[in-house]
Write a protein that binds this ligand. Structure first.
Ligand code: DLL
Length: 462
């Protein structure tokens, strides 16, 4: 009958309504409601998070005491019994672990499983020329991959996105860490690694990379390099998201990158000892970096006294890894300065947040994402004949971080080009960085009657 709606018409009508009204709505809420990777873990409420943390902490303390002689010794010296850790507040009684514990027990001093259970090793540079070696079981690697997957998810990366991973592959955890993360999430990873800027840009254009991961300083350099190569970044590239970390960076750098590439730039934090990248990431609120609380306990302490600070107070970050098998870490002192915030975030996540890293409380420099200890440079200089005892390390920033070394030389070698080349190549071999080398007259550099100020860091501070 005319005007009446028949069964077939109803079907057609509902399909139309679905397509026109409901589906677009569904698409709007989809990223939050449906595609969140490990959604339950991302949205844990404080009570549940605390329950998981306590349960894992108690197991971790017993596991570490039983399997790692160094931890057993520390607990015994502090007269702390593992069974006496009964509440999260008892964490304060657990002894700290510091970088020198790893260095002094090189290569695998903190190992809780037989070596045959190790799937892989990574390492970061140390002051003595010997790196700090970290180890992973299959389970650790799987867990790390999923953590980085979650981290990328928070930044807005989705299954099927093309991720151009410009972090270094190898002993450094950045490259492989993001590789495993992209894989866990179901994204498509292009493992370009570092360097070869022209090829990076060509692939970014040809393969329509949606996500880039690298150090922020390299991305700032790409802003300039892409234009020099004749690209119009906003038009020629399809990059939507940038995940940047491994070194401190400023809001100015973020703005520059976002303006040039038209992408959303997120800060990611991590360190070799704590698996690598993926410890903390900024959500869309950009009010600090969420630390995955089901895997890490985070505290801030006064770096001089070790006293635990209240949330919101600036101090040294200390992490406890809650479920690492191969190399458990209890209250690991990072030397990174920040604050912790515990309130629920506007994004709905209750994982604690840390403020952007302010700097380090020790003397390690991060030059273009590479960790450099002044003592490594001293070591190189002291092994070359014809040089004086005084030197200066000058770090500056013009689009990229730059390292210059001024060193005193005997009069007969002041204009010796071969000597400069020798220093340059030895520094390259130890640090992996190209340094500018200047030879100056004996007595030209300032002397000190106290601690020598050898490092001059001219990089702008926020
Ligand atoms: O830099 C791991 C990583 C790779 C993090 C890729 C993020 C992305 P390490 O080489 O051991 O590990 O250096 C760790 O780098 O203690 C901080 O001082 C610094 N750092 C890392 N992320 C940030 C960041 C990796 N987002 C050291 N902001 C840490 C400031 C950072 N500093």
């Amino acid at each position: 009958m005319e005007g009446e709606v028949g069964p077939n018409q109803v079907d057609t009508l509902s399909v139309c309504v679905l397509a026109q009204v409901i589906y677009p709505l569904f698409r709007v809420v989809e990223p939050r409601r449906i595609s969140l990777f490990e959604r339950k873990k991302q949205l844990l409420k404080p009570k549940e998070l605390k329950r998981i943390q306590l349960d894992r902490l108690r197991k971790l303390v017993r596991y570490s005491y039983r399997n790692v002689p160094l931890f057993r010794k520390r607990f015994d010296e502090a007269h702390v019994k593992p069974e006496s850790i009964k509440a999260l507040e008892d964490l304060e009684r657990v002894p700290f672990t510091v970088k020198t514990d790893l260095r002094d027990n090189y290569p695998l001093g903190i190992l809780a499983v037989p070596r045959t259970k190790l799937y892989c090793l990574h390492a970061s540079s140390g002051t003595t020329g010997k790196p700090i070696v970290v180890s992973y079981t299959h389970g650790d690697l799987e867990r790390w991959g999923r953590l980085v997957g979650r981290t990328l998810d928070v930044a807005g990366v989705r299954k099927g996105d093309i991720v151009q991973n410009m972090f270094g592959y190898g002993l450094f955890t950045g490259g492989l860490g993001f590789h495993y993360g992209a894989r866990a999430l179901g994204a498509t990873v292009i493992p370009t690694g570092t360097g070869n800027t022209k090829r990076q840009l060509m692939l970014m254009n040809d393969l329509r990379s949606a996500v880039v991961t690298c150090t922020p300083s390299y991305m700032v350099y790409l802003c300039e390099a892409s234009r020099a190569e004749g690209y119009e970044p906003r038009k020629d590239f399809a990059v939507r998201i940038g995940v940047f970390g491994a070194e401190p960076w400023s809001e100015e750098a973020r703005k520059r990158i976002e303006d040039v590439f038209g992408l959303s730039a997120r800060d990611v934090y991590g360190m070799t000892e704590l698996y690598g990248p993926g410890v903390a990431i900024e959500c869309e609120q950009r009010n600090g970096l969420h630390v995955w609380g089901d895997e890490f306990l985070v505290e801030t302490i006064n770096p001089d006294t070790g006293e635990v600070l209240a949330p919101g107070k600036e101090g040294e970050l200390v992490f406890t890894m809650l479920s690492r098998e191969a190399m458990p870490l209890l209250r690991y002192r990072t030397r990174d300065l920040s604050r912790v915030f515990e309130e629920e975030c506007g994004c709905g996540r209750c994982h604690p947040r840390i403020q952007r890293i302010k700097g380090r409380s020790d003397d390690m420099l991060i030059i273009g994402g590479v960790n450099v200890f002044p003592s490594q440079i001293e070591h190189v200089l002291m092994n070359i004949s014809g040089l004086g005892d005084q030197y200066q390390i000058i770090v500056s920033h013009r689009e990229l971080d730059r390292l210059a070394v001024k060193v005193e030389a005997t009069p007969d070698r002041l204009n010796d080009l071969a000597l400069r080349m020798e220093i340059r190549s030895d520094l390259m071999a130890v640090l992996g960085i190209n340094a500018d080398v200047e030879l100056v007259e004996l007595g030209a550099l300032p002397r000190s009657d106290g601690k020598a100020r050898r490092v001059i860091d001219l990089r702008p501070r926020e």
